[in-house]
Design a protein around this ligand. Structure first.
Ligand SMILES: CC(C)(COP(=O)(O)OP(=O)(O)OC[C@H]1O[C@@H](n2cnc3c(N)ncnc32)[C@H](O)[C@@H]1OP(=O)(O)O)[C@@H](O)C(=O)NCCC(=O)NCCS
Length: 177
């Protein structure tokens, strides 16, 4: 199954339930896959790389790639500039943990949102931004998140947007130019 949130066409793809995923890979890649001890890790790697391959097959170009995995899903994003993607299987997480990765201002902004699983939207957005910065920001809490607008399915922050799709919350960074 391949999922593309509205507006993400030509940028990113979410993949799951691929029959015989290993058939997508050449010998060199299969060696990498076999190098992972855990079946789950093999599956994560394959699904996210299938997302990249499928994007490239459909003509998407760019030297920057970002990957994410959650549950049975893998995702990939490609751009000509730094990009970050994150997916999170929808699940209730206690907002008591918000202070671990959100500033007080961000918690206030989150509490004004009525969207389901609002904390997961904020979390996923931060993860995507963190990846776009190549891990150069030491903690998620220090990734600045400024909410710009909301709709029924997602949130738009400065530089990153989220969407609820299927049983996932997904986030992708926005082009900077
Ligand atoms: C790396 C991190 C984003 C992984 O998050 P996760 O939810 O477990 O995993 P995801 O599936 O969403 O993302 C994993 C992908 O992130 C990417 N990634 C890892 N390190 C990265 C980095 N420094 N920059 C950009 N992307 C990175 C990889 O492509 C990885 O997939 P791959 O191993 O198949 O290549 C995680 O360390 C994190 O949450 N960092 C946030 C910052 C933080 O709090 N750091 C302190 C850690 S103690």
């Amino acid at each position: 199954m391949m999922l593309t949130p509205t507006g993400w066409e030509g940028r990113a793809l979410i993949v799951s339930d691929i029959p015989h995923p290993e058939t997508w890979f050449d010998e060199e890649e299969l060696a990498v896959i076999r190098g992972f001890a855990r079946t789950k890790r093999r599956s994560e790697w394959m699904l996210s790389r299938i997302a990249e391959k499928e994007l490239r097959r459909s003509g998407v170009t760019g030297d920057y790639v970002s990957f994410s995995h959650s549950g049975k899903y893998g995702a990939g994003a490609i751009d000509t500039q730094a990009v970050g993607i994150d997916i999170e299987v929808s699940r209730e997480i206690s907002e008591n943990a918000a202070h671990l990765f959100l500033t007080d201002e961000e918690i206030e902004s989150m509490k004004k949102c009525t969207i389901a699983l609002r904390m997961l939207h904020f979390w996923s957005a931060k993860e995507a931004l963190w990846k776009q910065h190549g891990g150069s920001i030491p903690t998620l809490r220090r990734v600045p998140l400024i909410l710009e607008s909301k709709n029924e399915t997602g949130l738009r922050f400065q530089g990153v947007e989220t969407v609820a799709i299927s049983d996932l919350i997904a986030a992708i960074t926005l082009p900077t130019s």
